[in-house]
Design a protein around this ligand. Structure first.
Ligand code: FMN
Length: 218
């Protein structure tokens, strides 16, 4: 039974080098793999996410992995929508939202920018770690440990051997998780708070209809 869920979010795999190789490497493992791979842009080309199916997949996993190219210093649009809808208030976070607590979240990212460009004197101006706090804080609200991200820099200049090594690093880590020396001292996550007054009230479908502009104008 897979206990690792990989969410692949790349809007144009036909022209990808890194993520196409990752997908191929992960699929090579076949039915015995420890992981379930969900290719979000293939599953939801119309952006109509099946929230119940995604939440069920999350519940099956102990390690959740987000695989994506860095787009505008963050995640591609469909993964952001997935997060908005699937990490629901009262389910993943906020009052009663403890379904993901105790799981691990791992970010596996590629960047167009080289490692040198992600420095104060480079054109991306910040070390790459400066872009992780929104991810890390998201994990903390859900009670998930945020594992040290795996980054492949300079994706367009990477050689085939470098990309193949990146694929092997990922697969080796997935096989060994949670026995990674780099997380041996990482404490369990203490889930953060999102008080009720800081999000829209949760309404059922009937209430939502009653609040429509047409209903309120009546
Ligand atoms: C819309 C868009 C936004 C991007 N934003 C960034 C960025 O903020 N920083 C960066 O280093 N690379 C950026 N890139 C480059 C991608 O990260 C790069 O193309 C990708 O990692 C290559 O992986 P692939 O071979 O799987 O496509 C962007 C690319 C696109 C298409």
């Amino acid at each position: 039974m897979p206990d690792v869920l990989l969410l692949l979010a790349h809007p144009d795999l036909a022209h990808s080098r890194v993520h196409a190789a990752l997908r191929q490497g992960l699929r090579r493992e076949g039915a015995d793999a420890r992981w379930e791979l969900r290719d979000l842009y293939a599953l939801y080309p119309d952006y109509d996410i099946d929230v119940a199916a995604e939440q069920a997949a999350l519940l099956r996993a102990r390690l959740v992995v987000w695989l994506h190219p860095l787009h505008w210093y963050g995640m591609p649009a469909l993964l952001k929508l997935w997060l908005d809808e699937v990490f629901a208030y009262g389910w993943a976070y906020g009052p009663g939202g403890t379904q993901l607590a105790g799981k691990d979240l791992w970010l596996v990212v590629s960047t167009g920018g080289t490692e040198r460009s992600y420095r104060p004197d480079g054109h991306n101006r910040f070390f790459i770690d400066a872009f992780w706090p929104p991810y890390e804080q998201t994990a903390q609200l859900a009670g998930m440990r945020f594992l040290p991200p795996l980054v492949l820099h300079g994706a367009h200049q990477a050689t085939r051997a470098e990309i193949a090594a990146h694929v092997e690093t990922l697969i080796d880590h997935l096989r060994r998780w949670p026995d990674w020396p780099e997380i041996a001292d990482l404490m369990p996550c203490i889930q953060g708070e999102a008080p009720a007054g800081e999000r829209p009230p949760v309404v059922d479908a009937g209430d939502a209809a009653d609040r429509s502009p047409a209903a309120t104008a009546r």
